[in-house]
Design a protein around this ligand. Sequence first.
Ligand SMILES: Cc1cc2nc3c(=O)[nH]c(=O)nc-3n(C[C@H](O)[C@H](O)[C@H](O)COP(=O)(O)OP(=O)(O)OC[C@H]3O[C@@H](n4cnc5c(N)ncnc54)[C@H](O)[C@@H]3O)c2cc1C
Length: 294
Amino acid sequence: MDKSVLSKLASLGCSIFKDELLSKRCSFKIGGPADYFIEISNEEALSLFLKNIGNDDFYVLGGGTNVLFSDGGYRGIVISLTGKFKKIVVSGEEIFCGGGALLSNVLNTAVKNNLIGLEFVSGIPGSVGGAVCGNAGLRDKWIDSVIKTIGVYRDAKRVLVKRKQIAFSYRKSNLESSIISDVCFSLKKTVENDSLAMAFKSMQKRLKTQPLNFPTAGSVFKNPEGHSAGKLIEEAGLKGVRVGGAQISAIHGNFIVNTGMASAKNVLTLIGLIEEKIHKRFNIKLEMEIKIIK
Ligand SMILES: Cc1cc2nc3c(=O)[nH]c(=O)nc-3n(C[C@H](O)[C@H](O)[C@H](O)COP(=O)(O)OP(=O)(O)OC[C@H]3O[C@@H](n4cnc5c(N)ncnc54)[C@H](O)[C@@H]3O)c2cc1C
């Protein structure tokens, strides 16, 4: 990207990092450098960036909790939404928030305002943009169920789309090539403390069943129809299997943990091993939930 555009972005309040290690920017703590990492803090800067991106490759990163970057890093520009894109505003039974807002902050705001509907996201790390892009949630409850509208950037301009205009399915949406700048959630007023109790219960379950003391990117595979990926991996005897610094969690078969010095190559080798074993043993083809970025 042209140096003059980079300095204009800086003057608009963006932070620009050259050769930024992506291991610092994701929950797996794995990944080489991106040519540039730009924290974009307002709509004017986002438009300017998109108008001037030219032929450079770019990738929009949220909290980095569902991605595996390669050891070689990313040849192009990784952007994340900060500043004004982190705002959260309550209006009646609706919460408007920026795509860069933390999902946990949105949930806290809902709880404080006795708004119910989002408590199932308790314990899901990352940003609103990442959650909406991947339709985050639990097995039977997904975030699209509480969305009213989404602001997306197309051709460097913000367009407001209704939930019905987006194709959502299990851990999937057709927003992967858009930039989600803001989201409006439609919730319901409840009796005091109801939403807090529900969020707390959901978090307690997570603490018992997930390896939260190691860097991970959450569930590696989607649950195949009628099955639990974690159970299949456990039944195949793969829990605890290790390649280099990467290990299939002994607590939850569908989590790969970075025990310290795991490389992306270690994780990909484990993923290949799991896919092969599960296919051989159950004739099931597992589908990735985490995004592998090359
Ligand atoms: C311990 C742990 C537990 C987890 N539990 C769950 C769970 O219960 N349920 C669940 O669904 N997930 C879970 N996850 C996975 C992950 O937290 C979610 O998928 C989360 O919603 C990803 O958000 P993110 O901001 O980190 O996205 P990222 O990992 O940064 O990105 C994920 C995808 O979203 C895209 N994206 C990010 N921001 C934007 C944006 N503003 N506009 C457009 N696209 C964007 C990226 O390009 C990428 O394709 C878990 C992860 C961990 C580490």
